[in-house]
Write a protein that binds this ligand. Sequence first.
Ligand code: SAM
Length: 262
Amino acid sequence: MKTSEWLKKYNIYLKKSLGQNFLSTQEYAKKIVQKAGITNNDTVIEIGPGAGTLTETLAQTGANVYAFEIDERLKPLLEERFKDYNNVHIQFIDFLKADLSNFDKPKYVANIPYYITSPILEKIFMETPDFQLATLMVQKEYGDRMIATSGKNYSPLSIFVQFFCTVEKIITVPPHAFIPNPKVDSVVIKLTPKDNIPNIDKKKFFKFVHIAFSQRRKNIKNNLKQLFGENTDQILEKCGIDPKTRPENISIEKFIELFNNV
Ligand code: SAM
């Protein structure tokens, strides 16, 4: 049954405020699950199953699927759709408040609610540091920022994501794949955790990066002056960074070196 038929059957209208753009058929769900390489040995966490289109494709692999959905109106629909699957476990709670402590090496596969992309990433990295991979559909603009290594899309989000993971864009999904059609393209991003995450105070480092980008059109010296005052030139020189460089042209490795020097 198509998503629109499920929604009609249960008289559910979609809420923009919950980021509800549902996949209209299984076409892209199948591509996502195939690219994620899910098998029946996996434990998969899905954020926001919606009407269950991606969930069903995941369930068909035989993996154990744990889904978190905030919208309780979807409960009767999802209960009917998955009544014959004993490998699908759905909790009707806010994912951001979910207890993930019992998951062992989970894989995330989800078409996430765009309005909480950053808090979701933060929760994945901080609360399940042993996750194996995260294959996430995000708004294209977000995906571009997650992948950028310099230039106009390079931002604190790029550094946050690339600090923990290698990032690949694996699929572009056009607006017509969803109901309702969003105004922008979406992309599926595959995040694979890095083996050697630098052993530094992460909270302080990301705060430092935010300050370094506080006025992105200004150079790094101007942004860091608020932290280091007169010593700014000297600190930048020590790391081999020209004070006139814009933050968008400084690599993540250089930011880590800079942070370690202060
Ligand atoms: N997975 C479905 C699909 O691909 O068709 C739906 C994806 S839709 C973009 C995002 C889903 O996340 C919606 O079902 C929405 O209700 C749910 N959602 C929004 N905020 C949430 C939260 N904080 N915790 C869990 N689910 C949430």
